[in-house]
Write a protein that binds this ligand. Structure first.
Ligand SMILES: C[S@@+](CC[C@H](N)C(=O)[O-])C[C@H]1O[C@@H](n2cnc3c(N)ncnc32)[C@H](O)[C@@H]1O
Length: 377
C-alpha cells in the first residue's frame, strides 16, 4: 500500500534531510519549510524511522484540505478512514497547532478533531465506548494559512532520542542536530575529524554512526511498532537489514577533547552505548593546550555560548586559541556553531566561506564554515 510520509526537520536542515530521504531510495520528494514529503510503501515506515539521522519525526500523511471554519474541520475529518489505522482498542491523542489561520485556537481545533475521529470510529466499529487499552496513536493537526494537514506520528518519542544518551553533559546538542552539522560539513569517513570542545561527544558519536553505517534508530522503539496496519515482519526485516549493514569499527579518525573530565567520562559512556567506543579517541584537554601536527583535517565544534553557560571570560581565550591553531593550517576545514556573532572577529584565517543560520532549540546560532584545502588523493 502506497502512503505519503513527512519527515519533519529543523529550519536550515531541510536539504540534508531531503538528501537522506533520497539516499534511502524514496521518491516524489517535496520540500517545504520544516517538511520533507515523500512517497513510500507502508512497509517502508520502519526503514524511514530507523535510518533518518537529521529528521525530527516521521509522520504519516492522512489528508490535507482547506479549513476556514470548525464545521469544515469537523466534516472533513469525519470523512477520513481513520479505522484503517486506529484500532478499536487504540488510545489516541490529538495535538494541534494553528498559524495564520481563521481558526486561531489550537485547543478548540484539537477537541474538534478528537470529536470528529471519535464519531468516525463509532460508526466504523459500531461502538459507543472505546476501551483505549491498545496501541497508541498520536494525531497531529497543523493548520497553516487555513490549510489543515492531518498526520499520524509514526515515531513517537522524537528521533533525537537514539537510546545512547543516558547522560548529558552541559548544554548538549540534540543528536539530530549534530547529525545535521556533520552532514552540512561534507565530512567523509576517511577524513580526520576533531571536536576540541566535545562535551558529551554528540558530534563525534553521530559522525561515527554515519561513518560505520549504523542506523541511528537501531536501539529504540517507535510508536508505529504497535500498529496492526504495519506487519511486524516489516520491522524485524528492517532491523535485520540495518544490523547487517554495519561496517567494521576501528577505521575512523575521530578525536574529541574537553576541559571538563566529567564530560569526557559521559562522552565515553555514550559512545560505548552507541556502539562506537573503538572509533573515537577522547581526552581531557584545554583547547588552549591542544597541539595539532596533522596537515589535513576537519574541526566541527560548538564552544560555550556565553548565554547558556555564563563563560564570557573564557570565550575570548578560546577563540584566540582556535585562531592560533588554525591560522596557518589551510589543509583544515573549520566549522564552528555559536550564537556569538563576534566569533569571526577573532578567527582571522579568512572570512567565513559560508555562514548558515541554524536554530539550536530556540537559540539562533550561526554555523561558520571555513573551507580548507582538500588532501591530495
Ligand atoms: C556547548 S558545550 C559542547 C556540547 C557538545 N557539543 C555536546 O553535544 O555535548 C561546550 C563545551 O566546551 C567545553 N569547554 C569550555 N571551555 C573549554 C576549554 N578551554 N577547553 C576545552 N573545552 C572547553 C565545556 O566543558 C563544554 O563541554
Amino acid at each position: 500500500m502506497k502512503v505519503t510520509l513527512i519527515a519533519t526537520a529543523k529550519f536550515g536542515l531541510e536539504m540534508i534531510v531531503k538528501q537522506e530521504v533520497q539516499a534511502l531510495g524514496f521518491d516524489e520528494i517535496v520540500v517545504s519549510d520544516g517538511r520533507i514529503e515523500f512517497s513510500a510503501n507502508i512497509t517502508d515506515i520502519p526503514k524511514a524511522n530507523l535510518w533518518l539521522r537529521a529528521a525530527d519525526r516521521v509522520l504519516l500523511k492522512i489528508a490535507e484540505f482547506p479549513a476556514h471554519t470548525f464545521d469544515d474541520l469537523f466534516e472533513q475529518t469525519t470523512a477520513l478512514p481513520w479505522e484503517d489505522w486506529i484500532t478499536q482498542d487504540g488510545q489516541f491523542t490529538v495535538n494541534a497547532k494553528t498559524h495564520k489561520s481563521a481558526l486561531k485556537s489550537a485547543r478548540s481545533c484539537q477537541s474538534i478533531v478528537k470529536k470528529a475521529v471519535v464519531e468516525r470510529l463509532k460508526s466504523a466499529y459500531q461502538l459507543d465506548w472505546f476501551p483505549e487499552t491498545g496501541a497508541a496513536f498520536t494525531i497531529q493537526l497543523a493548520l497553516v494559512r487555513n490549510s489543515a494537514l492531518l498526520t499520524l506520528d509514526t515515531s513517537g518519542v522524537g528521533l533525537h532520542k537514539r537510546g545512547y544518551r543516558q547522560e548529558a553533559g552541559e548544554a548538549p546538542l540534540k543528536e539530530t542536530f549534530a547529525a545535521g552539522l556533520v552532514q552540512l560539513s561534507f565530512w567523509q569517513p576517511d577524513r580526520l575529524l576533531l571536536d576540541p570542545m566535545c562535551g558529551s561527544g554528540t558530534i563525534l558519536i553521530e559522525a561515527a554512526q554515519l561513518g560505520r553505517n549504523i542506523a541511528p534508530g537501531l536501539n529504540r522503539e517507535f510508536a508505529a511498532e504497535g500498529w496492526p496496519a504495519i506487519p511486524a515482519e516489516a520491522w524485524a526485516d528492517a532491523r535485520q537489514e540495518a544490523q547487517n549493514a554495519i561496517l567494521p569499527g576501528g577505521n575512523l579518525q575521530l578525536q574529541g577533547s574537553d576541559i571538563d573530565p566529567a564530560s569526557i567520562e559521559i562522552a565515553r559512556s555514550n559512545a560505548a552505548k552507541a556502539g562506537v567506543a573503538e572509533d573515537i579517541a577522547f581526552e581531557v584537554k584545554d583547547v588552549k593546550k591542544l597541539w595539532i601536527d596533522q596537515q589535513y583535517g576537519m574541526v566541527i565544534t560548538n564552544p560555550p555560548y556565553g548565554i547558556r553557560m555564563a563563560e564570557y571570560q573564557n570565550l575570548n581565550a578560546i577563540y584566540i586559541a582556535l585562531n592560533k591553531m588554525f591560522r596557518k593550517k589551510d589543509g583544515w576545514s573549520v566549522y564552528v556553531l555559536t550564537a556569538d556573532e563576534k566569533f569571526p572577529d577573532y578567527f582571522k584565517r579568512a572570512r567565513p566561506d559560508r555562514v548558515r543560520k541554524l536554530y539550536n532549540g530556540t537559540i539562533q546560532t550561526n554555523f561558520y564554515q571555513y573551507y580548507g584545502r582538500k588532501p591530495p588523493t
